[in-house]
Design a protein around this ligand. Structure first.
Ligand code: 6GU
Length: 298
């Protein structure tokens, strides 16, 4: 997977050099580039912001550097894609999430889309004639007003060959940047939850980690991906290790019993209880077909 991140604080993204994500980059599973937005300014002060049109508090990110940065990413990505013979950016496994070529072409610039950031499902953008449908990234825009990020979304994104992130700061990015971008790529605002961060960088760290760990090969033990919180709508069961007794607290005896069926049942019950207590909102979302008789007794 290819990932491009644009930020005025590239250093904020340095944790992506560590641990499993760092290793995935070094082994070539993940091709991640962080771009400094200020590299796409042309004035002495490398200005990226200006006063909001119409007045009001704070500053707004100027459109020009953003448009240049996004155009640069597309040009670079296509060069890289062409070099690899459209391999990685045009793999058959990911063709189902390709830009939808059966839809009409993206509206012309003079026929403005209603809201280029309201692309749910992603707006159809027709790849130019003879062009790989993956000649463009999916642009994710971290924002508290975006679509809530979930494990299901992480799975969708993990199937994309190319993601780009636009990290806004201040009061946000000039809306016309999304109109500019949506004529050549899908644009998707995404939120981590109902609270406000100072900028998109921390959200990118979270989203990239959640997505990259789902790319085959990034996590050594693929089994550890199956029984996790949010993979099947239930929270995880509690875990213990040695010693069997510590500070007068015992590991639940069933876990020491060697009875595999009983251990499985206990873990399932704990997941149900924990979910009901901590996240009652998730209980209503469970598919009744996934519950067994013993589940209902918990
Ligand atoms: Cl994704 N970005 C920002 N700037 N603030 C947020 C957020 C994202 N999610 C919650 N708050």
């Amino acid at each position: 997977m290819r990932i491009d991140v644009v930020s005025i604080f590239p250093e904020y993204l340095t944790p992506l050099e560590l641990s499993l994500i760092g290793k995935a980059r070094r082994t070539g599973l993940l091709d991640l580039t962080v771009h400094d937005l200020r590299e796409f300014t042309h004035d002495r002060h490398r200005t990226v912001d200006d006063a909001p049109a119409g007045g009001g508090a704070g500053m707004v990110m100027k459109p020009e550097p953003w448009a240049e940065a996004l155009d640069h990413i597309v040009a670079e990505g296509r060069r890289a894609g062409a070099q690899t013979g459209a391999g990685e950016l045009d793999s058959p496994q990911t063709s189902s999430v390709a830009l939808n070529q059966t839809q009409p072409a993206a509206p012309a610039a003079d026929a403005l889309p209603g809201d280029p950031t309201e692309t749910q499902p992603p707006a159809a953008v027709t790849a130019p004639e003879g062009e790989s449908p993956h000649a463009f990234p999916l642009l994710l825009v971290p924002s508290p007003s975006g679509r809530p990020f979930t494990q299901a979304m992480a799975r969708e994104l993990a199937a994309e060959p190319w993601l780009a992130f636009a990290c806004g700061r201040y009061e946000g990015i000039d809306e016309r940047v999304y109109e500019h971008a949506s004529s050549q790529m899908r644009v998707q605002p995404v939120s981590l939850g109902d609270y406000v961060l100072n900028g998109g960088e921390v959200a990118v760290l979270a989203i990239v980690e959640a997505v990259a760990r789902l790319i085959p090969g990034v996590i050594g033990n693929a089994e550890s991906l199956v029984e996790e919180s949010h993979e099947d709508g239930l929270l995880e069961y509690p875990v213990y290790t040695k010693p069997a007794s510590w500070q007068g607290r015992d590991v639940p005896p069933v876990l020491m019993s060697g009875h595999h069926a009983q251990i499985e049942r206990w873990r399932r019950d704990e997941r149900l209880r924990r979910t009901a207590r901590r996240r009652p909102d998730l209980i209503g979302l469970l598919d009744p077909a996934d519950l067994d008789k013993k589940d209902r007794a918990v």
